[in-house]
Design a protein around this ligand. Structure first.
Ligand code: ZN
Length: 93
C-alpha cells in the first residue's frame, strides 16, 4: 500500500488534482525508466519538474512528470537533454 502520509505531503505540495492527473496520464510509471510505481511506497516516487525550477521551469502539468526516486535523484537540477534521460511516452498524451 502506498503511504498515506507521503501521499498527503505530496498533495500539500502539488495538490491532489495535480497528482491524480499525473498518475492517470503517466500510468503510475516513471517517465524516465518506465518503472511501475503503482505499488511503490509514497517516498519512492516523486514528481519531477521536466525543466527544473532553477532553470525557469514552472509547476504546470505540462512541466511535471512522475519519476521514481532514483531517476529524480540522478536527473537533479538538469533538463532531460542535459541529463541524457529522454522522457518516455506517457501513452495518454
Ligand atoms: Zn525511474
Amino acid at each position: 500500500m502506498r503511504s498515506i502520509t507521503a501521499q498527503l505531503v505530496l498533495e500539500a505540495i502539488a495538490g491532489a488534482d495535480v497528482i491524480n492527473a499525473l498518475r492517470y496520464r503517466d500510468h503510475d510509471r516513471c517517465r524516465y525508466c518506465g518503472r511501475d510505481l503503482s505499488q511503490a511506497a509514497g517516498r519512492d516516487w516523486h514528481i519531477d519538474h521536466v525543466v527544473p525550477v532553477c532553470q525557469g521551469g514552472r509547476g504546470g502539468l505540462d512541466n511535471l512528470v512522475m519519476a521514481c526516486w532514483r531517476c529524480n535523484l540522478r536527473k537533479g537540477g538538469r533538463t532531460p537533454e542535459q541529463a541524457g534521460m529522454p522522457l518516455m511516452e506517457s501513452g495518454r498524451g
